[in-house]
Ligand binder design. Sequence first.
Ligand code: HEM
Length: 123
Amino acid sequence: MDFFTEYYNIFRGIHEGSWAFLVVLFIVAFVLYRSRKLKAATILHMITRLFYLFMLVSGIGMLVALNFNLFYVVKGLLAVLVIGFMEMAAGKAKRNENSLGSLFIVLVLVLVVVLMGFGVINF
Ligand code: HEM
């Protein structure tokens, strides 16, 4: 196996293995913030942020190997937007503001990004 295939597979493994954890961790942190369990929520939120990093680094690593293929650049930008919305939703839940609308936006965008990842949505 040549070097680039090997490096691509490592990033792909990290990406595949992390996305579901990211989504679940975010939801648990969100629910904990809304239930006013602030200490537990803060810890889960910190771990969620670690997974943003895994997704970003592995995603950008694959993008480099794919020569910034336009479709995946769009998917990556959308994913960065998802991360932004996740932070907004978590922040609102923490501040005890009405946050269900922002949760809904996050879940819809996550669905789009995941469907793009699996090639169900394509262009
Ligand atoms: C919220 C963050 C993200 C989620 C939930 C997500 C989700 C996914 C999923 C489910 C896949 C399919 C994995 C598989 O085949 O099992 C995928 C693939 C991919 N993602 Fe992401 N992703 C995220 C962030 C990013 C970012 C930030 C980038 C780039 C900067 C990126 C670039 C890619 C690329 C290039 C693939 C193609 C893998 C392949 O088919 O070989 N992703 N993503």
